[in-house]
Write a protein that binds this ligand. Sequence first.
Ligand code: SF4
Length: 365
Amino acid sequence: MNFHLLKRKLQDLNQPDYRFAQAKRAFAVDYVDSWEAVSTFPKAVRDALSAEIPWMSILPITTQVSKEGDTVKTLFNLVDGKKIEAVLMRHEGGRNTVCLSSQVGCPMACTFCATGTMGLKRNLTAEEMFDQVIFYAHYLKSTQAHVTNVVFMGMGEPMHNYDEVMESVRLLNDPTGFNLGARHISISTCGIVPGILKLADEPLQVNLAISLHSAIDKTRSSIMPVNNAYSVKKLMDAIDVYTHKTNRKVFFEYLLLDGINDTKVEARAVANLLQHNYRLFHVNLIKFHDTDQDAYKATQTDSRLRFMRWLQEFHVPVTHRRTFGEDIDAACGQLAVNESAGLVSQGKTAIRANKSAKRIMKVKA
Ligand code: SF4
């Protein structure tokens, strides 16, 4: 929901100030599903708001649930017909993480990424990002569960849409609204140096994750064109400024691609790059979800474990990240790319958004 628009409309309707807080609470705390259900408002006000302020800025088209039930992936329509996706990952122990999109498509063109093939269509607004989380908060409500973490790791490069991303972070963090602690929010970047430097000056203590994927310029540039603008050294200089100013841990994501970045030389380069600050650096190894169409293949399990052992021998703090939803078009951007190509699965694990979901997501056509 667009809270700025709402505030203006309530003023136009000569409503007292507390109405805004009531509406925000209904939307972001109680997860009420429509203006009609905001029972604290007079009917005439509800009708006027319903006609002009869409309850949600995004409409779910398809939701897929993995066989294990721990991953839920949703494709959304935006008001201009463009599509984005978001994923809910349900961890053992009750943690529920939403991975959201920050752009339609992405301009960064990483060669292993489905979203990178789309190019940039447009930036998302803060409410379009916030509403991805609200959708899953509503989804979880029936099981008494909550969204506990948010990661900006879906479609798009968050630092390329910095202001709107930070506005959505403030919406998530708002103590009178959704009230998610900043430490439960992570922003991931492929290495946009000015964005990292800006984040270092933000008062909010959000986490920073870096998509590293190689510590060697030649390899990194071959899979991530951003490295031509911001080399490994420039990236590391910015990260050092960030850690110096914030004293916050930085997470390095490392997607293992067979024969590309999974050699001992690559492991040694990661160790050399990070060894000056192991206290504040942590590497997450990630399995690549390959498909028949991919130019790259996933590093097999034994080689992934070997790469991890090498890093451990070099004393790099490292974990192997659990993979979620391999059976449901799980890699970043695959669902939206498949939808544009007419390939969205309608198999057993695919469910069309049900009536109630559609009702809560009503958008103005
Ligand atoms: S990996 Fe991330 S930054 Fe790179 S193209 Fe895909 S969405 Fe963009």
